[in-house]
Write a protein that binds this ligand. Structure first.
Ligand code: C5P
Length: 201
């Protein structure tokens, strides 16, 4: 039996951490759909056409190297506005959502476009300042040479592009449950997410 959990929200709201932990808790498979756009974005940095990159994306490319850099995040949000890029990635995501044993997908348009009939939809948010601080600490721990101000403006620029694009803009599905993690610890946010999912099982 399949059971799909859609977790959407802006950058660094905590959806990645929550999704991974929720998947582990329920023994569901997890797909971080941002990695698909990041892998396409990375290929465009070498001059590859984004639509061609999306159409022949391989599992090896998703697993290769560090896709979580600021440069690749910006490249990802630029290719993510292209309808043909998004279209090329739909089937893979939907097949993942239908797998037996349950699946958690996190991204921007999972509850609205990829899995409009998901069994549970969460929209995870936090203030831009809180999100930028989290992302700053994360990048800093990896030794990246960034300032808080830079990270905040990157996050705001990416949010604006994600929310304002005409194809599959980032927004909560009408039936999504909002989870604001601004004042929550990871454990508190996770407990709330698990409670919501448990009530729908
Ligand atoms: O979630 P993450 O920060 O890895 O996503 C990188 C970028 O990929 C986002 O800023 C967004 O533009 C794009 N994306 C998307 N739809 C998704 C997941 C990610 O447009 N489902």
């Amino acid at each position: 039996m399949s059971f799909a959990v859609a977790i959407d929200g802006p950058a660094a709201a905590g959806k990645g951490t929550i999704s991974k932990a929720v998947a582990a808790h329920f023994a569901f498979a997890h797909l971080d759909t941002g990695l698909l756009y990041r892998a396409v974005g990375r290929r465009t940095l070498n001059g590859t056409d984004p639509v061609a990159a999306a159409q022949d994306l391989t599992a090896e490319e998703l697993a290769q190297g560090d896709l979580r850099t600021a440069e690749i995040a910006q490249a990802a949000s630029k290719v993510a506005v292209i309808p043909e890029v998004r279209a090329a990635l739909v089937d893979f995501q939907r097949a993942f959502a239908r797998r037996a044993g349950g699946a958690v997908l996190d991204g921007r348009d999972i509850g609205t476009v990829i899995c409009p009939k998901a069994d549970v939809k969460l929209f995870v948010t936090a203030s831009a300042e809180v999100r930028a601080e989290r992302r700053f600490l994360e990048l800093n721990a990896k030794g990246a040479d960034v300032t808080r101000a830079q990270v905040l403006s990157d996050v705001q620029e990416r949010d604006a592009r994600d929310a304002e694009r005409s194809t599959a803009p980032m927004k909560p599905a009408e039936d999504a449950i909002l989870l604001d993690t601004s004042d929550l610890s990871i454990d508190e946010a996770l407990a709330q997410a698990i409670e919501v999912i448990e009530s729908m099982l």
